[in-house]
Write a protein that binds this ligand. Structure first.
Ligand code: ARG
Length: 457
C-alpha cells in the first residue's frame, strides 16, 4: 500500500487526534476507554457496519469493489474475533483500526456519514434486542418448567401462606402457576420496538446522500429515528430493558426466597439436588442453597443498575455527552446477570424433589379450614361478618374443629364430617376464577400451554 501523501507521516495517535498536537497520556486513555463493556458489543458493531456499507453502496457513495473489500474485512474480524485495545478507546475505533490492518486504505471509507454517536446508539440497541431474545428463550424454559411441574404434582397440597403464616390449603400447582403468571409478564416486557438511529450522524444529519430507512430495513428494525438529535441521545430502550431486567430479577429473587425457605429443615417441603447446593468449609453436614441465595442477592445489583442508568441520564444537556458511554455497563451487567439467574431458577424448579407428605401434613392443620367454615355459613345465608365472628369464637375456645360436637354444628345449620377437614376437600371447593381447585388449575395449565404454543408459532 502506498502512503497517502495527504496524511501526516507519523500520526501521533490512533485515529481521532488529527487536530491535536499532543498524544493522550496512557492513564487518561484508560480513563476514557470503554473497551471492557464494548467486548459485548463487537458483534453488534460489525452488524451495524455491514448494514451501513450495504446502504452506502446502494446509494452510490461506495463502489461495489470498495463495499466488497469492506465486507470481507468486517467478516474476517467477525470470524477471528478482536481483542479490544484501550488505546483505541472503544469497539468502534478498534474495529476501524483492525480493518485498516486487514484491507488498507479502503477502511477509511467506513465512517462516511456516520458518527460514533449514532453508531454506539445502534450497537447498544442491537445488543439489547439480542439480549431480550436470549432472555425470552431462557424465560420460556423456566415458565415451561413451572407448568410441567404444576402438572406433574397436580395432586400435591400444602398450606398457602400470607405473612409467612399458614393461611388456607392450596395445591402446589397453584403456587408454581403464580410464579408462572409473574414471569409471563416479564417475558412480555422483554419485547420493544427496534428503532434504528443509524444515519443521524453526530447530531444533525449529514450532507452525504444516505438512506437511513434502508439501513434500518437491512437491520430488521421496526422503524427509523425521526430526529437526529434525539436519535443519538435516546436511551429509553436501555431504561426499558434495565427496568424489565430489574423487575424480572425481583421476581426471581422472590421465587428463590420461597425455595430457600422450603428447603430449610424447618419447612422441609423440598430437597435441592447437590448440583445446586454448596458445602460449608467448616461444618461437614451443611448443604446450602447458595445458588438461590445469589439469585436473591443479585437482584439488588439489578435494582442498583436501574438507578445508576436513570441518574446518568437525568442531568444531560441537549446533544451527545460522554456520560452516555456509562449507559452501556448497566445494560450489559443486568442482561448477563439476569440471564444466569433465570437459568439457575429453571434448574432448581426442574430438579427439586417435592416432599409431598410433609406438605400435606402441614396443610392438615385444622385452623386452615376456618375460612371454609365461614364460607359454608355464608352459603346458608349468614352475613359474612357474622359468620366470621362465629367461627372466630370457635377458634378462640381452642377446641379443634374436628372435636366440636355434631349437634353444635347442627345449631349453625352445618353438617360436618371428618373428611371435611382434609386439604383436598378444602381445595376442591375453591372453584372461583383463578382459584386453587383442580378444575381451575387445569384451566390455568391449558391457558399457559396454549399461550406458549402461540408464542412459538
Ligand atoms: N466511546 C464512546 C461510547 O462508547 C463512543 C462515542 C463517543 N463520541 C464522542 N463524541 N466522543 O459511548
Amino acid at each position: 500500500m502506498t502512503a497517502d501523501p495527504r496524511l501526516p507521516q507519523s500520526s501521533d495517535a490512533p485515529g481521532l487526534r488529527a487536530a491535536f498536537s499532543a498524544p493522550m497520556a496512557d492513564d487518561i486513555a484508560k480513563f476514557v476507554a470503554s473497551v471492557e463493556t464494548d467486548r459485548h458489543l463487537l458483534e453488534a458493531d460489525l452488524r451495524g457496519s455491514l448494514a451501513h456499507v450495504a446502504m452506502l453502496e446502494a446509494v452510490g457513495v461506495l463502489t461495489a469493489e470498495q463495499a466488497t473489500r469492506l465486507r470481507h474485512g468486517l467478516e474476517r474480524i467477525r470470524a477471528e474475533g478482536l481483542d479490544l485495545d484501550p488505546a483505541y478507546e472503544d469497539v468502534h475505533m478498534n474495529v476501524e483500526r483492525r480493518l485498516e490492518d486487514l484491507i488498507g486504505a479502503d477502511a477509511r471509507l467506513l465512517h462516511t456519514a456516520r458518527s460514533r454517536n449514532d453508531q454506539v446508539a445502534l450497537d447498544l440497541r442491537l445488543y439489547v434486542r439480542d439480549c431480550e431474545a436470549r432472555l425470552r428463550l431462557a424465560l420460556a424454559e423456566l415458565t415451561t418448567a413451572l407448568v410441567d411441574q404444576a402438572e406433574a404434582y397436580a395432586d400435591v397440597v400444602l398450606p398457602g401462606y400470607t405473612h409467612v403464616q399458614r393461611a388456607q390449603p392450596v395445591s402446589l400447582a397453584h403456587v408454581l402457576l403464580a410464579y408462572h403468571a409473574a414471569l409471563t409478564r416479564d417475558l412480555e416486557r422483554l419485547r420493544q420496538p427496534f428503532i434504528s438511529p443509524l444515519g443521524a450522524g453526530a447530531l444533525a444529519g449529514t450532507a452525504v446522500p444516505i438512506d437511513p430507512r434502508r439501513t434500518a430495513q437491512e437491520l430488521g428494525a421496526d422503524g427509523v429515528f425521526s430526529n437526529a438529535l434525539d436519535a443519538v441521545t435516546d436511551r429509553d430502550f436501555a431504561v426499558n430493558f434495565v427496568f424489565a431486567g430489574a423487575l424480572l430479577a425481583v421476581h426471581l429473587s422472590q421465587l428463590a426466597e420461597t425455595l430457600i425457605l422450603w428447603c430449610s429443615q424447618e419447612f422441609n417441603f423440598i430437597h435441592l439436588p447437590d448440583e445446586l447446593t454448596t458445602g460449608s468449609s467448616l461444618m461437614p453436614q451443611k448443604k446450602n442453597p447458595d445458588c438461590l441465595e445469589l439469585v436473591r442477592g443479585r437482584a439488588g445489583q439489578c435494582i442498583g443498575e436501574l438507578v445508576n442508568l436513570l441518574t446518568t441520564l437525568k442531568g444531560l444537556p441537549v446533544g451527545y455527552n460522554r456520560d452516555l458511554q456509562e449507559t452501556k455497563p448497566p445494560v450489559v451487567r443486568v442482561g448477563e446477570t439476569v440471564l444466569a439467574s433465570v437459568n439457575v431458577c429453571a434448574l432448581a424448579i426442574r430438579q427439586m424433589t417435592v416432599h409431598r407428605e410433609v406438605m400435606r401434613q402441614a396443610a392438615s392443620d385444622e385452623k386452615l379450614y376456618a375460612t371454609d367454615l365461614v364460607e359454608r355459613l355464608v352459603a346458608q345465608g349468614v352475613p359474612f361478618r357474622t359468620a366470621y365472628t362465629i367461627i372466630g369464637n370457635l377458634v378462640r375456645r381452642g377446641v379443634p374443629f374436628s372435636q366440636v360436637p355434631a349437634d353444635e354444628w347442627a345449631t349453625l345449620g352445618l353438617r360436618v364430617m371428618p373428611e371435611t377437614f382434609t386439604p383436598e376437600q378444602s381445595i376442591a371447593g375453591r372453584t372461583s376464577h383463578g382459584g386453587t381447585s383442580p378444575a381451575r388449575i387445569t384451566d390455568q395449565i391449558a391457558a399457559a400451554r396454549a399461550a406458549r404454543r402461540e408464542d412459538l408459532s
